[in-house]
Unconditional design. Structure first.
Length: 474
């Protein structure tokens, strides 16, 4: 009987211990911090604020600043961090090496002046970069921005002396006059060209000239999305809550960010924040909605750009690069920080007068002629859609650029009728490009009839029946 009782007690004790161990294990698992790999960038500032001010119940995050891209990505691939900070374009370059199913879960901010291309005083425009030594981070926003600009100006990376280095190092190399130009971010964009602080040269272009081109996002693996969905939701809520607090307490917010992002000071943070747009719940929902969504469009554009530049081997589909379920499910009240002003181009008549009078910057010819059938002004989309989409996408992201849409004909027929036909061709192309989210004043349609034959012949010519483009940066 004693033995039996002892066995019963022992059995009960073992069961109790097992239950306690299981309970403790679950508590430990529940308390495991959700680790996020970031860079020294205030765009992620709302998370620091939410953590510091305990704005989200149960939020347990470990924010690790890992500025080295290779090290940050290695930590993500190994599972050492649960979420990684990327930009849409850099995610497109890194996704083929990530775990299958990695997806963007929310959008933090858009750069609106925080990134820029700086150059020596001898470099007046993008074309002058030819043959010059240019520093930029490989496979990251600066690289993507540079490739787009070179491409639209009829050049490629092969036309420059590319020097890969991190963005801050690129700015420092420019100050030291080790390179002729650099793509970097703030505060290096301003400091590197501040002559009172030993800088030199000038700013050729910043992301303030771009619209939705450099977009910061947060990415998780498919496994993390399945296993730690509740934690991801808290992080998304923390961003929105932190953003609301920043809007009502900006100076305190800058101090909190500086605390987590040394060596930045509150003044540095405030200056950088002035060059970005934080993205609230409504902005996020809109960004991940539609078919295709803005996220999908930019991802596809970047993926194709990286393949052409041989940074990656194959294109990844933008439709598979994100999930919107966390931003949609957020219960945090929407707050949108007022966006920085978008540069507005001058009205078309003013620009057209300047350009045609030769009072604008020298136009750059784009080698993308759109060909037409004899006597027709209808676009052959089967042959021309790719080129038109590329031009439309560029103008959509760079609202301060203009494109002269030049219509031409061959020499067959009446000259006056050809003049009208060339104008109709230019208008047809301009009207199509307006289907993009661009201002109609960015397009300057002009008809030249048979005045500018590409092939010097009075006979019918496919090459002469065309629309050509010239890019102008006022």
């Amino acid at each position: 009987m004693r033995l039996k009782n002892w066995k019963m007690v022992s059995c009960f004790s073992v069961i109790t211990i097992l239950i306690l161990v299981s309970f403790i294990g679950n508590v430990v698992a529940a308390e495991k911090p959700f680790t996020i790999g970031l860079v020294t960038w205030p765009g992620y500032g709302p998370l620091f604020i939410a953590k510091e001010k305990n704005l989200v119940t149960g939020l347990n995050i470990d924010l690790k600043v890992i500025d080295d891209t290779a090290a940050r990505r290695a930590a993500f691939k190994s599972g050492a961090i649960d979420m990684i900070a990327e930009t849409v374009d850099s995610f497109a370059s890194g996704k083929p090496g990530y775990q299958m199913g990695s997806k963007t879960v929310y959008k933090t901010d858009e750069s609106r002046g925080g990134d820029g291309l700086i150059a020596d005083d001898s470099i007046k425009n993008i074309n002058d970069l030819k043959g010059k030594k240019v520093a930029f981070p490989e496979g990251l926003p600066g690289h993507f921005l540079l490739l787009k600009l070179l491409n639209m100006h009829g050049m490629s990376q092969n036309d420059i002396k590319a020097t890969y280095m991190e963005a801050d190092a690129a700015g420092q190399a420019f100050v030291a006059k080790k390179v002729d130009a650099a793509v970097t971010w703030e505060p290096f964009v301003t400091e590197s060209t501040d002559k009172s602080k030993g800088g030199h040269g000038k700013i050729l272009l910043t992301s303030a000239d771009a619209e939705g081109f450099i977009v910061d996002v947060m990415v998780c693996s498919e496994e993390t999305i399945k296993k730690r969905a509740a934690d991801i939701q808290k992080v998304v809520d923390a961003h929105f809550a932190g953003l609301a607090y920043l809007k009502s307490h900006p100076q305190e917010g800058y101090q909190i960010m500086a605390k987590y992002l040394p060596p930045l000071t509150p003044a540095d943070v405030e200056g950088i924040v002035s060059g970005l747009n934080y993205c609230g719940k409504t902005n996020n929902i809109n960004y991940f909605s539609g078919s295709p969504s803005p996220m999908e469009n930019l991802f596809n554009d970047a993926s194709n750009t990286w393949v052409k530049a041989k940074i990656i081997q194959s294109v990844t589909k933008g439709a598979e690069s994100y999930t919107n379920k966390f931003v949609v499910a957020s219960k945090v009240e929407n707050v949108e920080v007022s966006p920085a002003e978008t540069p507005i181009p001058e009205p078309t008549p003013v620009v057209k007068t300047k350009i045609l009078a030769g009072n604008a910057n020298t136009p750059v010819s784009l080698s993308r002629p759109i060909l037409f059938a004899s006597g027709k002004a209808e676009i052959n989309f089967q042959k021309s859609r790719v080129d038109l989409d590329e031009i439309g996408s560029f103008l959509e992201h760079f609202p301060t650029y203009y494109v002269i849409v030049e219509g031409h004909t061959d020499a067959v027929g009446d000259a006056d009728l050809n003049k009208k036909l060339s104008e109709q061709r230019a208008k047809a192309v301009a009207d199509f490009l307006k289907s993009y989210k661009i201002g109609s004043n960015q397009l300057v349609p002009v008809g030249y009839g048979e005045e500018r034959l590409k092939v010097n012949t009075q006979a019918a010519s496919d090459e002469n029946r065309r629309v050509e483009f010239k890019l102008v940066k006022p």
